[in-house]
Design a protein around this ligand. Structure first.
Ligand code: BMP
Length: 227
């Protein structure tokens, strides 16, 4: 299973209820759920805990996009760990000494997987991140993160990331659906998971949309691998 569903409650809904209702409807079919600031800022760690308590997936990701000194990132991580998440996302660009090294120590202590953003999926990211992409991949390697976020919208970046990182790291790729990539694009380029939000969460029938995505991923992967 290569699908992670991003639960970003839209404006005007009650965040906890919105997330729980989707988790319920999706019946733990995806490999994981990712929640982030749109839920946590509005509902706090207490709301996060409520949402996490109904998940029964392999990956329970807090997408905090941490980018601070190690001390502060560690404080935040300890707070969300208490809600039961097993994976945290931080930015790679803060570097190792004084930042990610310390965060990794805390993640290891708490049994949390650390995923680092090495390239983003929106248009403007390419302009800046292209220049430092290899350096960010070096940070992923140096920290020995569990995985890296690389964009489904730019499959060459995923391909290059996979070549450089080898198979010891997971690649998680957002950008499918609302941002333009097709299900399976990133998997064909070497990603382990595609992170998908609105294509599923805003569908009239989210479970049916999930099965459609899984079917398309399978078709695309079979076509690109010639199997
Ligand atoms: P959607 O499929 O609705 O576009 O959602 C994508 C999800 O992936 C969002 O939760 C967003 O925060 C996340 N994401 C992204 O879109 N691009 C990135 O480069 C990194 C992300 O984490």
């Amino acid at each position: 299973m290569s699908l992670i569903v991003a639960l970003d409650p839209p404006e005007g809904v009650e965040g906890v209820r919105w997330c729980i209702s989707l988790i319920d409807r999706l019946d733990n079919v995806p490999a994981g759920f990712k929640v982030g600031l749109p839920l946590i800022v509005r509902e706090g760690v207490k709301g996060l805990r409520e949402v996490v308590s109904v998940m029964n997936t392999e990956l329970v990701i807090a997408d905090l996009k941490l980018a601070d000194i190690g001390y502060v990132m560690s404080l935040v991580t300890r707070a969300v760990a208490e809600a039961g998440v097993n994976t945290v996302i931080a930015h790679a660009f803060t570097g190792t000494e004084g930042a990610l090294e310390e965060l990794l120590r805390v993640c290891n202590e708490l049994g949390i997987k650390l995923v680092l953003v090495a390239f983003m999926s929106h248009l403007g990211a390419a302009k800046v991140m292209k220049k430092v992409f290899m350096d960010l991949l070096d940070v992923v390697k140096e920290i020995n993160a569990w995985g890296a976020v690389l964009p489904a919208t730019i499959p060459e970046v995923v391909r290059e990331g996979r070549r450089y990182l080898g198979t010891a790291f997971k690649i998680l790729s957002p950008g499918v659906g609302a941002q333009g990539a097709e299900p399976g694009d990133a998997l064909c380029a070497g990603a382990d998971y595609e992170i998908i939000g609105r294509l599923i969460t805003r569908a009239e029938n989210p479970l049916e949309a999930t099965f459609n995505v899984i079917r398309k991923q399978g078709e695309r992967v079979r076509a690109c691998r010639g199997t």
